[in-house]
Design a protein around this ligand. Structure first.
Ligand SMILES: O=C(O)CCC(=O)C(=O)O
Ligand SMILES: [Fe+2]
Length: 333
């Protein structure tokens, strides 16, 4: 994992940029604001731009954490009890803008019509009743490692987090795909289209406010009948990964595929390590090179819980053009 510790002068530079443009870039989820943020991102400290470019060019590990920014906890107020509770004027607008600008150095923010009601910026907070689910909003159960939105061919190239607070140091888990200790023959099998990945819980109609939306028809179809895909791809010696074992199946009778998948799970379980995000950390995860999850923790549900902002990034908006109603809409339907 790579860490960039911002110096005081660099934090000042970021804050001045936010001071100057926070009002102008409200709301943040419009095409105009995203365009403007991408231009302003070139005023971020040069060392930050340099490290993000190195990360994009795969010269560094698949995880980059930028630390040193200070979050004004009083301005934030209490952690919401549900992502739906986002107020019109987000108290974390500065951190959201910082995340969008940093992300714009890497790729293009996009959303899913079928996740968190199509919002571009997600809130990751523990939700009462979700404690034991396989969801970002779970807490007491291990969130098993996964590629973000692994089931979908248009999944993001990167996943980004801004940590607003994490008072009990709940650990995100991370594992690299390119150094796995796999038994002979497993790698070859994992590179073949022999694995089905069903949509994860966050895309199900029951976890959104408009369950009748057409976009859920496609999700339901992928649920019933997932395409068979490869789990490893690219360079066999340093492969990319697409996996979410909790939601995966192999066709009946394909014992070799099941063996290879089991071997992958075992190898990755052994390779996972903890990454504790703290308030003010901005974290970038390469969704092709790295899988992630989260260790269990005990939520408080009293307004002081862990709170992350999350944005998906793609390197290529054109790939999803036919799945977005107009070019200026970033939500994939
Ligand atoms: O809460 C975390 O650290 C990670 C949760 C997660 O997998 C996600 O938000 O995609
Ligand atoms: Fe995730």
């Amino acid at each position: 994992m790579d860490r960039l510790q911002l110096e005081h002068s660099e934090v000042d530079q970021v804050n001045r940029l936010l001071d100057r443009h926070a009002d102008e870039l409200w709301p943040l989820d419009t095409e105009e604001a995203l365009h403007r943020a991408a231009v302003l991102a070139h005023q971020l400290p040069e060392r930050t731009q340099d490290r993000v470019a190195a990360f994009r060019l795969e010269q560094t590990s698949g995880v980059l954490c930028i630390s040193g920014y200070k979050v004004d906890q009083d301005r934030l107020g209490p952690t919401p009890s549900h992502w739906r509770d986002r107020p019109d004027r987000s108290p974390a607008h500065r951190e959201e803008l910082a995340l969008v600008m940093l992300g714009s150095l890497l790729g293009h923010p996009f959303a899913w019509a079928t996740q968190q009601d199509g919002r571009l910026i997600h809130d990751v907070v523990p939700i009462k009743g979700h404690e034991h689910e396989q969801l970002g909003s779970s807490s007491e159960a291990l969130l098993t490692w996964h590629t973000e939105d692994a089931f979908h061919p248009l999944r993001g190239d990167y996943l980004t987090f801004a940590c607003l607070r994490n008072p009990y140091a709940a650990a995100t888990t991370v594992g690299y795909a390119d150094h796995l200790d796999l038994p002979d023959g497993a790698r070859e099998v994992l590179m073949q289209e022999r694995f089905g990945i069903r949509p994860d819980e966050s895309h199900l109609a029951k976890n959104n406010s408009e369950p009748g939306m057409d976009a859920f028809d496609d999700i339901n179809e992928m649920q019933r009948n997932p395409d068979l895909v490869a789990v490893l791809f690219g360079d066999p010696a340093q492969p990319y990964i697409r996996a979410d074992p909790y939601f995966m199946i192999v066709p009946d009778g394909d014992q070799e595929a099941q063996w290879a998948l089991d071997a992958l799970v075992k190898a990755m379980d052994n390779a996972m390590f903890d990454m504790v995000l703290d308030g003010g950390d901005f974290c970038f995860i390469d969704n092709y090179r790295v899988v992630h999850g989260r260790k269990p923790f005990t939520p408080r549900h009293d307004g002081t819980d862990r709170w992350l902002k999350r944005i998906n990034l793609t390197l290529d908006l054109r790939k999803s053009r036919s799945a977005r109603p107009v070019a200026a809409v970033r939500a994939i339907h």
